[in-house]
Design a protein around this ligand. Structure first.
Ligand code: HEC
Ligand code: HEC
Ligand code: HEC
Length: 278
């Protein structure tokens, strides 16, 4: 009997806490995580950016991992002296530009990756629901992961300024961001190899998000009302584009050159800091 009463009072207390909490909008707002971490494209699907996710999934950026498999794009590989019969899906150089966040917190982990205890921690690969294994949202929309600005987007229900998200590491210098991969000194597919690798930003940008046909009756509420207003605003990262990270592969591990990183966590300030192009 005493046990039952105690249980009942516990239940009552929880109900009061939940109801009380719901009335307080500020208390419900999510806290912004300090250190950035990749979360994957799937997080953007399901309630906020379904048309963007669906369109991306069908687009070339949603299939970049596949290109690393044997037998894919044989001619293109031969042209740059890559072995078309080789499996490149665990090659650190290729993974940097064909997956999301490779070698960084929360980012893609290739097959065979284990933690200190020997447990398999490799990222799942699902052709039906691509996530970290392709060039996802976070490779273009944020410097070092989506965890932070995702909270800003949620807390404001999409009604934010570019400057509000720049505070938390989101960049808006799109034309610059493409060169983390396209025409980067480490890609084998240089414009000097073939004309099709030349990079015209405006032409290519138009192909990235072909979202129109992915809007249905059910996801009309995901149309971004404030997008046009934001397009008029010029973010700090557009005025002064960020540095593009350079990297090397040393003994099978990716090493980012410290003085080329566009965004870093500053221990003293306990916050992220942007680094602009000189
Ligand atoms: C610095 C970034 C970068 C690295 C490193 C990189 N790629 Fe790519 N890769 C790209 C980009 C960007 C494209 C698209 C080029 C375009 O279409 O203009 C591409 C395209 C490709 C294609 C398609 C080419 C075509 O014409 O069909 C294949 C295949 C490919 N990469 C395989 C690889 C393999 C294998 C590796 C590792 C040995 C690798 N890539 C390393 C950025 C990179
Ligand atoms: C290859 C780079 C790239 C990838 C990958 C990418 N985007 Fe984008 N995204 C862009 C560019 C460029 C724009 C700006 C388009 C324009 O202005 O016409 C944009 C615009 C957007 C916008 C509108 C932003 C605003 O002003 O409010 C949203 C939302 C968005 N992307 C969501 C996503 C989601 C979700 C994903 C992943 C499923 C994704 N993007 C993947 C490049 C990318
Ligand atoms: C993390 C690396 C990476 C970044 C960043 C990136 N791309 Fe790509 N992109 C690729 C790879 C790899 C391919 C090759 C896909 C294929 O050949 O199937 C590609 C292919 C494309 C294609 C399809 C080929 C075509 O022209 O039809 C377009 C368009 C494109 N990128 C535009 C952009 C734009 C615009 C940006 C910047 C806003 C950008 N990309 C940023 C890696 C990247």
């Amino acid at each position: 009997m005493v046990k039952a009463l105690r249980l009942l009072s516990l239940v009552l207390i929880s109900v009061v806490m939940i109801l009380g909490g719901a009335g307080d909008a500020d208390a419900k707002k999510k806290k912004i995580p300090k250190k950035p971490k990749f979360v994957g494209a799937v997080k953007c699907n399901g309630s906020c950016h379904d048309p963007y996710y669906q369109a991306w999934k069908d687009s070339p950026h949603g299939h970049t991992y596949t290109l690393l498999k044997p037998g894919e794009r044989v001619e293109a590989k031969k042209r740059v002296k890559l072995d078309p019969e080789k499996d490149y899906t665990t090659n650190p150089l290729c993974l940097r530009c064909h997956t999301t966040g490779y070698g960084q917190k929360g980012g893609f982990q290739p097959a065979g990756t284990t933690n200190k205890k020997g447990k398999d921690i490799s990222s799942p690969i699902d052709p039906k629901e691509p996530n970290l294994e392709q060039v996802g949202c976070e490779m273009c929309h944020s410097v070092a992961g989506g965890g932070q600005f995702r909270v800003v987007m949620k807390n404001t229900k999409g009604d934010f300024k570019k400057s509000d998200t720049e505070k938390y590491g989101q960049r808006w210098d799109y034309s610059n961001v493409c060169t983390r991969c396209h025409t980067h000194r480490n890609t084998p597919f240089q414009p000097t190899v073939h004309d099709k690798y030349k990079f015209n930003f405006e032409e290519r940008k138009a192909k990235v998000h072909q979202i129109e046909k992915y809007f249905t009756e059910d996801n009309q509420d995901q149309k971004l009302e404030k997008k046009e207003d934001r397009a008029k605003e010029e973010g700090q990262t557009q005025k002064t584009p960020l540095r593009i990270e350079d990297f090397e592969i040393v003994e099978g591990k990716i090493k980012f050159k410290e003085d080329t990183l566009p965004y870093k966590y500053d221990k003293k300030k306990k916050d992220g800091v942007f680094f602009y192009k000189k």
